[in-house]
Design a protein around this ligand. Structure first.
Ligand code: CLR
Length: 466
């Protein structure tokens, strides 16, 4: 399917310009607002569109191939769960904001193990749809993401709404899940850091197997920083397998009986499931924080209405005793506690980041390659492809001022096109070209369905969004 011999670039053309802009200076006026409506200065951006960022889900797509190669549904689910966790790994320490895709923007990516097409199908609210498939048709992975960013004082909470569906035609199987929420901490003071929190339930709609994954918040002494833990059940709710890992590093699984033996012998290592409260609540509510007085006072002087909606705020600013998470600092690397259950197998290990990635927006090697544009690609891709966005290209080349000018121009152009559609030619609503609104057959919820036309490469040359 893809040009497998091609060497992808491993680095951006120029290093990023570090800035000491305080994000708080922009956000202090936006507490409680939906952030997609706020224009952020380009210095907070990374040189990728959200469509490209979404394609990063596919970095470990070999796990999907491995899943389809397994003949029993438990092994398949273990790999699917590993894939769902691995898809989040690229977010570790990535604190630049991807560019909001323009309505109608597309992004395609073809690699050895997959090809994916993404389209921005709605602007307000912002919805990005994608459809990925393996070269041999053994798996299809599709979905849509409507990231809702909410700003609650010292944290930004991101709810990536939308269903993800994975199909294995050979096994007549379909799996669905939704992503957990993501929290960006220390927006007011200190270094930003990111965590994924909440529960993810992956359902095999054919066999009734389920993976229940609990993404933990860092917790006391950062003991649970980035940790994921859960189990796989069959249709009778029997626990078959215990799974655990870190979304930033690895994912392992083990037969449930070995897990039971292990906790019998090491009662203090892990609390048995069911003993612990599920942390379904807001991640901001769960994390302890030792707030220095200065910050506390600063926060108190904020308008009260800014915080009233989040009932967790009260607890949040109370000194909850000793903790390694000091307000404004990164949590000290997590404790060394390891869960080493005999007979475990490792499903996934993260690829190391490039050595100098801190000068390159903390990009993974995979991310470094996403905006590359060679002649061959340039002549093939649709005119609406993210790689052709001048603002992203300028930022990538280190021209921040040029990027800002282009970004404003594109946003105005989009606004004008929108007005035109609404005004003169009323009723001429934008219709996405590669996806259409439909109902997900498995969850019966609203979803976006790919029409399969993109790869025929018969593009309408009239569309000009850049
Ligand atoms: C501090 C604030 C203002 C700026 C930081 C913005 C960055 C870190 C935010 C903006 C949009 C966010 C993304 C929105 C949606 C998703 C999909 C989800 O499945 C994984 C996390 C991911 C990929 C988020 C990661 C963090 C993110 C990139």
């Amino acid at each position: 399917m893809a040009n497998t011999n091609y060497e992808h670039r491993l680095i951006l053309p120029v290093p990023m310009q570090h800035n000491d802009f305080n994000i708080w200076s922009v956000l202090k006026n936006c507490v409680g607002k939906e952030l997609s409506k706020i224009t952020m200065p380009v210095v907070f951006n990374e040189p990728l569109s959200f469509l490209q960022r979404m394609s990063e889900y596919m970095e470990y797509s070999h796990l999907l191939r491995q899943a389809t190669e397994a003949s029993d549904p438990l092994t398949r689910m273990q790999h699917v769960a590993g894939f769902a966790v691995s898809a989040l790994a690229a977010n570790w320490e990535r604190l630049g904001k991807p560019f909001n895709p323009l309505l109608g923007e597309t992004y395609e990516l073809e690699r050895e193990e997959f090809r994916i097409i993404c389209e921005q199908v709605s602007h307000h609210p912002p919805v990005s749809a994608f459809h990925a498939e393996s070269p041999d048709g053994s798996w299809v992975f599709h979905g849509s993401i409507h990231p809702k960013l909410k700003y609650w004082g010292k944290t930004v909470e991101i709810h990536p709404k939308g269903i993800l569906t994975l199909e294995f035609p050979k096994w007549k199987e379909a799996y669905t899940w939704t992503n957990v929420q993501c929290c960006v901490h220390n927006v007011i003071v200190g270094k930003l850091w990111i965590e994924q929190c909440g529960t993810m339930e992956i359902v095999n709609h054919t066999t009734g197997h389920k993976a229940h994954l609990n993404f933990k918040s860092a917790g006391l002494n950062s003991k649970d920083l980035h940790r994921v833990e859960g189990f796989i059940t069959d249709r009778n709710k029997q626990k078959l397998s215990y799974v655990h890992g870190k979304w930033t590093e690895f994912f392992k699984c083990v037969h449930y009986k070995y897990y039971e033996e292990y906790i019998r012998e090491h009662p203090n290592k892990i609390k048995k499931f069911g003993d612990q409260k599920s942390s379904n609540k807001s991640p901001t509510g769960g994390s302890p924080s030792h707030t220095p007085k200065k910050v506390f006072q600063k926060l108190n002087s904020l308008t009260v209405s800014a915080f009233t909606k989040s009932n967790s705020v009260q607890e949040d600013y109370e000194d909850s005793g000793p903790s390694d998470i000091i307000e404004g600092e990164l949590p000290k690397s997590d404790s060394t506690y390891s869960i080493d259950i005999p007979n475990s197998i490792t499903i996934w290990n993260v690829n190391p980041r490039p050595l100098n990635c801190s000068d390159y927006y903390q990009f993974t090697s995979f991310a470094m390659s996403l905006n590359e544009l060679g002649h061959e690609l340039e002549s093939k891709i649709c005119k609406t492809d993210s790689r052709l966005r001048p603002d992203i290209r300028k930022l990538e080349q280190g021209d921040i001022d040029g990027a800002a000018v282009e970004k404003t121009r594109l946003e105005n152009k989009q606004r004008e096109a929108n007005k035109l559609r609404k005004g003169k030619r009323a009723g001429m609503e934008w219709t996405p070209r590669w996806f259409s609104a439909g109902i997900n057959p498995y969850t019966k919820q609203e979803d976006w369905v790919c029409n399969g036309e993109y790869w025929n490469r018969q593009y309408d040359e009239d569309i000009d969004i850049f």
